[in-house]
Design a protein around this ligand. Structure first.
Ligand SMILES: [Zn+2]
Ligand SMILES: [Zn+2]
Length: 209
């Protein structure tokens, strides 16, 4: 092993506690599709443009992979967006599945793409976020390791569930209730980052690209 390999190896070991698993959506053969994740449809009205908001995402907590299933077992999560460019309107909502099952949208009626989530690997934070988190968690990097972070570390882009966001600015978002850093629930390549607070699951926010 040469010096660079050794350095990369020690950096990997040190940043290992920061790595998170993530899942990719796979088209699913589900006919009823009441249960399971779905992407894309139309419904509520944008207060600004009076047009339909589009349903970008629907997650049924009890069908998600662990640990998401445990966290959101009784939840239905929907993300609605206004299709007008630059419109700030969106609605990220989670509700109790048992009491509000009428909110569930059906694949056949709404033209949703039904998906399953497939474990794809683990993610590490983007370089700035990684350095910041290392400091917060008292993971001490040498100067050489810190310099190597730029080449070694980074979150996967594209649609995914969990993992780290592929943007640096995410760490600045805080929960409205407790101020703690929001964590990534779903990253949508075209839209942005749907984040949640581990202590307040109802506080979902979308950070647009
Ligand atoms: Zn709008
Ligand atoms: Zn909170």
């Amino acid at each position: 092993m040469d010096a660079l390999d050794e350095l990369a190896q020690s950096l990997l070991i040190k940043t290992e506690p920061l790595s998170l698993a993530y899942w990719r959506p796979q088209p699913a053969e589900r006919q009823d599709a009441f249960l399971g994740s779905q992407i894309e449809a139309e419904r509520p009205i944008c207060p600004e443009h009076k047009g339909s908001l589009h349903l970008k995402l629907q997650l049924v907590g009890q069908t998600l992979p662990e640990p998401w299933q445990e966290r959101f077992y009784d939840k239905l999560i929907q993300l609605w967006l206004c299709p007008e460019p630059d419109c700030p309107e969106y609605l990220a909502d989670s509700c109790l599945l048992t009491s509000q099952s009428e909110h569930l949208l059906r694949l056949a009626d709404k033209g949703l793409q039904s998906v399953d989530w497939q474990l794809a690997g683990t993610d590490t934070p983007m370089p700035e976020a990684c350095r910041q988190l290392c400091q917060e968690q008292e993971i001490w990097l040498t100067e050489a390791e810190s310099a190597l972070v730029d080449q070694m570390v980074g979150a996967e882009s594209g649609d995914k569930l969990g993992g780290w966001p592929d943007a640096e600015h995410m760490l600045e978002a805080g929960c409205l209730s407790c101020g703690q850093a929001m964590q990534l629930l779903v990253q949508l390549a075209q839209t942005g980052y749907l984040c949640y607070c581990p202590h307040h699951r109802e506080n979902l926010i979308l950070i647009k690209r």
